[in-house]
Design a protein. Structure first.
Length: 235
């Protein structure tokens, strides 16, 4: 009986210690940096914590309320539901997964600023609806959900604003996002690898005279498909 009591109390104490484990201690033990994520401020426990100035590569994402799944943590993995608090950037929710052979994000809903995510391409923001992006052993294992983006080209009196919509899918080892405008005259496509390499292009077909000269200031070049801007970066 005494031995059972000792085992029981030890288990309760271990669970309590785990639930009160500071988030700033738990996060470095994960491999979140492999996802291109870093944070300047981390506070609270793994049961309820807050991450301030979360960065994806060079892109500031905002401040988030987060919590970790203790069961997943015991297995050396991270399952972290998150919710953005910044009112200016709007809501962003999902579940981050890391550790072991599986990493990525599930049930992602909301918008990300895109100024530093697409290699300088003139895209203001990227929005996700019920998106899941998971890599396992370095390969895309699941990519589903809807994605949207806003093209913003402004030059003097010209304001070429377009909305793109499309879907996510696995293509080989990488995630592929394929988006188009409602008219189908503009396209945005890009690939993301497990290492955070992003490669893609924007293509615009338009009858506007002089548009090629204006878009050339953004790096667009004439191609058989129209005016094309390739981009490449790493998160």
């Amino acid at each position: 009986m005494n031995r059972r009591w000792a085992v029981w109390t030890s288990g309760i104490a271990l669970l309590a210690a785990l639930l009160m484990l500071p988030l700033r201690v738990a996060l470095p033990a994960s491999d979140l940096q492999q996802l291109g994520l870093s944070a300047r401020q981390v506070g609270g426990s793994i049961w309820y914590g807050r991450i301030g100035e979360l960065m994806l590569g060079r892109q500031l994402l905002g401040t988030f309320d987060v919590r970790l799944d203790p069961g997943a943590l015991l297995l050396g993995r991270i399952a972290m539901p998150f919710e953005r608090l910044d009112a200016v950037q709007g809501p962003l929710t999902g579940v981050l997964r890391a550790g072991g052979s599986l990493r990525g994000v599930e049930r992602l809903n909301g918008s990300l600023p895109a100024a530093n995510l697409l290699g300088g391409a003139p895209v203001d923001a990227i929005s996700f609806t019920n998106a899941t992006i998971l890599f396992e052993d370095g390969r895309c294992s699941e990519a589903t959900g809807q994605i949207a983006a806003n093209l913003a080209v402004r030059f003097g009196p010209l304001a070429l604003d377009r909305g793109f919509r499309g879907a996510l899918a696995c293509e080989g080892e990488r995630v592929r996002a394929r988006l188009a405008s409602d008219a189908g005259t503009e396209r945005l496509e890009f690939f993301v690898s497990n290492e955070g390499r992003v490669r893609g292009w924007i293509t615009i077909r338009s009858p506007l005279p002089g548009l090629d000269t204006i878009l050339s200031t953004y790096g667009f070049r004439t191609s058989p498909d129209g005016l094309t801007l390739p981009f490449e970066t790493r998160l």
